[in-house]
Design a protein around this ligand. Structure first.
Ligand code: SF4
Length: 251
């Protein structure tokens, strides 16, 4: 996680501490990040960020510097950026994505649209997040786009399908669905778990998502947004190659 340990937002499922005005991003972070990835010998790295509503570009230039430093040091390591919504600053998003050396651009919608107000910070919404994903795909069709949903927050099974349909229309390639687990004690600022979804239901969503055309899907109680991220990228890339090679038989 880059751009500081404090987030300017306060989502009710997240254990990252909220600060209105966190410290400025560390100018040495890009090189320190590259050092860390190199030392760990990673072949695929997920770089996530905190929201930086305090910065004019939402932190986009810092995110980009970090990613470029990793890529220059380790050109063979594939990079996945799990981005913030940049508060809908489309100019900043465009700048970020321009020649960004990543294989996957991820941004999480977190919950179904009806639950935005209870679950996410008031500055975040399903619609805004979907717009981030749609714009990313339009600008960089060469990248895989990815998003994640948590369940057990009060959604219905049907609402998950509706959300999956909306992802499809926004061109999202990779989907993960996992069980929400409250990080704090009951009564704390974290939302309580509404239900524990059965493994068969997760499987049903996975099957449905494959039929809808997602290139790779992870759906299960223990799935998190970066769950087996490198394997999901490999699966999505193989599926995309297969799609390109597929020639329908003449009628
Ligand atoms: S924006 Fe992201 S990091 Fe910040 S509180 Fe919400 S989920 Fe946590």
């Amino acid at each position: 996680m880059i751009a500081g340990k404090h987030c300017t937002r306060g989502c009710r499922f997240c254990s990252v501490e909220t600060h209105k005005a966190p410290d400025l991003p560390d100018v040495n972070e890009p090189q320190r990040l590259a050092d860390a990835v190199e030392r760990m010998g990673l072949t695929h790295v997920v770089i996530t960020v905190v929201n930086r509503d305090d910065l004019p570009d939402g932190g986009a230039s810092h995110f980009k510097n970090c990613i470029e430093a990793v890529h220059v040091r380790l050109p063979k390591t594939t990079i996945e950026l799990l981005s913030s919504d940049l508060d809908g600053n489309w100019q900043a998003l465009k700048m970020l994505l321009d020649q960004l050396p990543v294989a996957v651009f991820a941004h999480n919608v977190e919950c179904v649209s009806r639950l935005d107000a209870q679950v996410r910070d008031p500055r975040a919404s399903f619609g805004k997040s979907l717009d981030v994903l749609r714009r990313a795909k339009e600008q960089r069709p060469d990248l895989m786009t990815k998003s994640s949903l948590m369940v057990g927050l009060g959604e219905t099974d049907e609402e998950v399908i509706v959300a999956m349909n909306e992802f499809c229309q926004a061109g999202v390639d990779i989907l993960t669905i996992g069980q929400y687990l409250a990080p704090g004690r009951p009564g704390s600022r974290y939302l309580p778990v509404d239900r524990f979804v059965r493994p068969e239901q997760f499987q049903e969503w996975a099957d449905r998502a494959h039929r809808m055309g997602f290139l790779a899907v992870a759906s299960g109680p223990l799935v998190r947004s970066s769950y087996r991220a490198g394997m999901l990228l490999a699966e999505a890339s193989a599926a995309a190659r297969h799609d390109q090679q597929y020639q329908p038989a003449p009628l």
